[in-house]
Each structure stands twice: as structure tokens, then as C-alpha cells.
Design a protein around this ligand. Structure first.
Ligand SMILES: NC(=O)c1ccc[n+]([C@@H]2O[C@H](COP(=O)([O-])OP(=O)(O)OC[C@H]3O[C@@H](n4cnc5c(N)ncnc54)[C@H](OP(=O)(O)O)[C@@H]3O)[C@@H](O)[C@H]2O)c1
Length: 328
């Protein structure tokens, strides 16, 4: 019989609501407990989604001996603190992106997980999505040939609000860790770790970065150009330009996904791939599969991928001059 996992939600904000909709699609999940800094918010979230218990502190959630796994969706500035809290209390952790503010913090999280022998995974949406799997499958099939250039973007117009975590430097604000991480994931996932990083950013009134352009260089002449911004409505997409044609994919804010494959001398192919719901359930499924198998990390999002990702983000920030005061 399949084990039913008791999930806890740490920080019941906007993302936790979306993730919980994903959890509700799964049979081996019990919506067990919610932990908020505010008891009333925890209660409201628990009642809205049908969680059994709620707590007015993250500590109480982490210390509940019944909880099997905790999903962390606080601002990135707090992921280190909250992940350590859960791991020290022997709870498996699925923690939102960006995993933390910098490599040092991510290394600390991974070291703690290894020491405690507890499962830890960064909640990365892309590698589990049908569009990424189809694109990878076509590239590995060999017909497109070598990737020459990758161009990826993620931008939407966010109303300026200095207290919003997107613009608040103390909460890790800026487009790079919030949405620019996706174009960076595209480059790492499809090409790999770059040898060279060039970047230029613009800044909001709080001093948080609000737009960034990035060039990644690879030894063999391959390149990636990446862009993220809170100032433009450029949408979400990635163009992979190869020796024998192009693979172009995009997604809408509702997570619906489209892939256009235009290979030289072949008829164009268009794939429209829709996950159930918003596709967050795949990450939860992977966590529970790993726990069933007694694994401490996922093969889909291994610790090494998260380390490569945060190292690349650090290099981009350094190249563009983006600093999180007191945390760099
Ligand atoms: N994977 C994705 O597609 C995706 C999409 C959006 C966001 N995210 C990630 O999810 C995380 C949360 O984003 P969100 O949009 O859900 O943010 P949000 O709506 O602002 O919620 C964050 C929650 O964190 C808690 N929190 C703890 N310390 C805080 C502090 N000092 N200031 C403000 N809030 C604090 C708050 O809950 P309580 O006070 O109730 O405890 C708050 O509700 C971020 O890391 C973000 O990058 C991922």
C-alpha cells in the first residue's frame, strides 16, 4: 500500500496557495498542517484548503512529529533559516526557488541535509513540465543538431511597491532571483554551465534590480542571451537555435505551454502541452517518490543542479553589480 505523506506548509502566501492546489490532485497526500508567523493567517489558509492543523509559528510546524515533509514558500531571503529549522527537526524539505540568496547559503542548506541524512530539493517547476521534457527529447534525438544559441526571457509589468518582496532588497528583491532564474535554468538545463558571464542591470527606487540582460558564453562558441524584467510585458519563452533548425517554446502565466519545432527541410510541428492544474504537483510527486525509495536527493533536481544554478546567479549578480546588503 502506498504511504500517505503528511505535508506541512511553511509561509502561507500566494505561492503556497498555488502549490496546495497541486497537492490536492494527489492521492498519497494528506493536507496536514500550516505554519504562519500569524495564527489567524494560518487558520484562514488551513480552513480554505482543508488542512487539519495550523500553527502561529514556523517552529511549531517544524516540531510537529506527525509532519513528514514541509514545503517552504517564504521570501528567498528566509529560505536558509527556514530550511535549517525544518532539517534540524528531521523534516524532509521542498523549498521554493531561489533556493537562497547566494552559494554560501545553499551550500549550508545542502551540508545540513547531508549531515542530518534528510531529503532536500529545490522546488523548480521547469524540469518536470511536459514542454521541457519534449524539448529535451527532441534535442537528444539528434535531428536539430548542436545548439548554437539560446535566447530566453521572462518579463511582466509589476506595479512598483517598495514593500512588495519583488522590490524589497531585504527580502532578496529583484527580477533575477524571482523570474530571471527561469531563463538561467533554460541555459543550464539545455546547454550547461557557462565559462563566461556578462550582465547589465537597471534598478528601482529602492535599489533593487528591476531589469537585467545577460550573455552567457561557452568554450565552443555557443552562447545564451537572457533577459528578465518587472518593467516590460515580454512574456515567457525560450528560442533554441540549432545547426539544423529551431525549437521555440513559450508559456503563458496560466502555465499552458507551446513548442514550435522548425527543422530545415521538414514541415513545422507545433505541440500544445498542458499539465493538469498549474503543474506544481509534479514536484510533490517527485519528493514522495524519492522518500518512498529512501533517497536523500532527486535525480531530476539534484543538489548539483541547485549549486550550479546559484553559482551562475552569483556570477551574474557580480557581473551586473547586484548586491544584497549584509548578505554578500
Ligand atoms: N515556483 C514558482 O512558480 C513560484 C512562483 C511565485 C513565487 N515563488 C517563490 O515562492 C516564494 C514566496 O513567494 P510568494 O509570491 O508566495 O510571496 P508572498 O505572497 O509574499 O508570501 C510569502 C510568505 O512568506 C511569509 N514570510 C515570512 N517572513 C516574511 C517576511 N519577512 N516578509 C514577508 N513575508 C514573510 C509570509 O507568510 P506568513 O507571515 O503568513 O508566515 C508570506 O505570506 C519566493 O521564494 C518566490 O520566489 C515561486
Amino acid at each position: 500500500m502506498k504511504k500517505i505523506y503528511k505535508w506541512g506548509i511553511l509561509a502561507p502566501g500566494k505561492m503556497s496557495a498555488k502549490f496546495t492546489e497541486g497537492l490536492k490532485l494527489l492521492e498519497n497526500v494528506e493536507l496536514y498542517a500550516v505554519g504562519s508567523r500569524d495564527l489567524e493567517r494560518a487558520k484562514q489558509f488551513a480552513e480554505e484548503f482543508g488542512f487539519k492543523k495550523y500553527y502561529g509559528s514556523y517552529e511549531e510546524l517544524a516540531m510537529d512529529s506527525e509532519v513528514d515533509v514541509i514545503y517552504i514558500a517564504s521570501p528567498h531571503s528566509h529560505h536558509l533559516e527556514h530550511t535549517l529549522l525544518c532539517l534540524k527537526n528531521k523534516k524532509a524539505v521542498l523549498c521554493e526557488k531561489a533556493f537562497a540568496l547566494n552559494s554560501r547559503e545553499v551550500e549550508e542548506m545542502i551540508n545540513e541535509a547531508s549531515e542530518q541524512k534528510i531529503f532536500l530539493m529545490e522546488a523548480l517547476w521547469p524540469p518536470f513540465q511536459p514542454i521541457y521534457r519534449k524539448t529535451k527529447e527532441i534535442l537528444l534525438g539528434g535531428e536539430p543538431g548542436k545548439i548554437i544559441h539560446l535566447n530566453a526571457r521572462f518579463s511582466f509589468q509589476a506595479p512598483y511597491n517598495p514593500t512588495d518582496r519583488k522590490f524589497n532588497l531585504e527580502l532578496g528583491g529583484g527580477s533575477l532571483l524571482d523570474i530571471g532564474i527561469y531563463p538561467v535554468i533554460d541555459a543550464l538545463y539545455f546547454i550547461g554551465v557557462p565559462t563566461e558571464v556578462i550582465a547589465k542591470a537597471s534598478y528601482s527606487e529602492t535599489g533593487s534590480e528591476d531589469s537585467i540582460s545577460i550573455i552567457l558564453g561557452y568554450d565552443d562558441g555557443r552562447m545564451a542571451t537572457l533577459y528578465s524584467s518587472f518593467r516590460t510585458a515580454g512574456g515567457i519563452g525560450c528560442d533554441i537555435l540549432c545547426e539544423n533548425g529551431n525549437l521555440l517554446f513559450s508559456r503563458e502565466r496560466d502555465m499552458s505551454q507551446r513548442l514550435n519545432v522548425a527543422l530545415n527541410g521538414k514541415e513545422n510541428k507545433e505541440y500544445s502541452l498542458l499539465p493538469d492544474g498549474m503543474g506544481y504537483q509534479f514536484e510533490a510527486m517527485e519528493v514522495m517518490k524519492c522518500l518512498d525509495d529512501g533517497k536523500l536527493q532527486s535525480d531530476v533536481v539534484p543538489h548539483s543542479f541547485s549549486l550550479n544554478l546559484i553559482n551562475t546567479l552569483d556570477r551574474i549578480r557580480k557581473a551586473a553589480g547586484i548586491v544584497f546588503p549584509g548578505r554578500d
